[in-house]
Design a protein around this ligand. Sequence first.
Ligand code: SAM
Length: 231
Amino acid sequence: MEQLLRDGLTTLGLPTGGIPALIRYADLLVEKNKVMNLTAITEPADIAALHFLDSAALLTLADWKGKTVADIGTGAGFPGLPLRIVDPSIRLTLLDAQNKRVEFLKEVCGELGLANVECVHARAEEFAADHREGFDLVTSRAVAALPLLCELCLPLVKVGGYFAAMKSVDADAELASAAHAIEVLGGAVDHVTDYAIPGTEVHHRVIFIKKCRETGKKYPRAFAKIKKNPL
Ligand code: SAM
């Protein structure tokens, strides 16, 4: 795993100082995964590529230095925790609706001695009540379809900040279906970038949505409403 991470991070032009922490994180992930469902990806090489390098690749696509970042529906910490480990200047909030996952993340942060990381057990749409327009960048991977996801994430982004939605490269129709939601929530698509995960044939996509104006106070709605009637 160490060599894969060293090669991958070097290919991405990113610092390699976080590698020991990433290796320890992988050990904790595999260990905890034996007793609770955190990830289907358990081979060290796959964890390195499909979790760590996939997440870290985002650092090459925007300016993250010193930024406040919230990772919504982070699960076992992706993409937020690798971002913070590789760039320690990031001030990170990891949020998930499943408390067991949040407890695991607290353990990892304690073991790795990570400062400036908050692990929050909450639903995104409820967290927004006290944290609207609170973050420079919001990330999310594998949580929901884009129209719904935008309503969970865009209210949390500061005006002038970005929501980075990690998607597959065949997300054209999904993006088109989110055009109305993005507009209503005060956003605009800034750029869409496809990238290769180093050392693999896998290509993924990040959709950067800029927050152009404040989101109306009626959003986000309760989850049942969002789901029944997506924007
Ligand atoms: N982002 C991680 C990744 O890519 O490995 C985890 C993805 S997992 C498939 C989806 C996660 O989103 C779950 O841990 C779930 O609890 C969380 N989630 C779904 N809806 C949520 C909501 N409304 N607020 C907070 N977390 C949510």
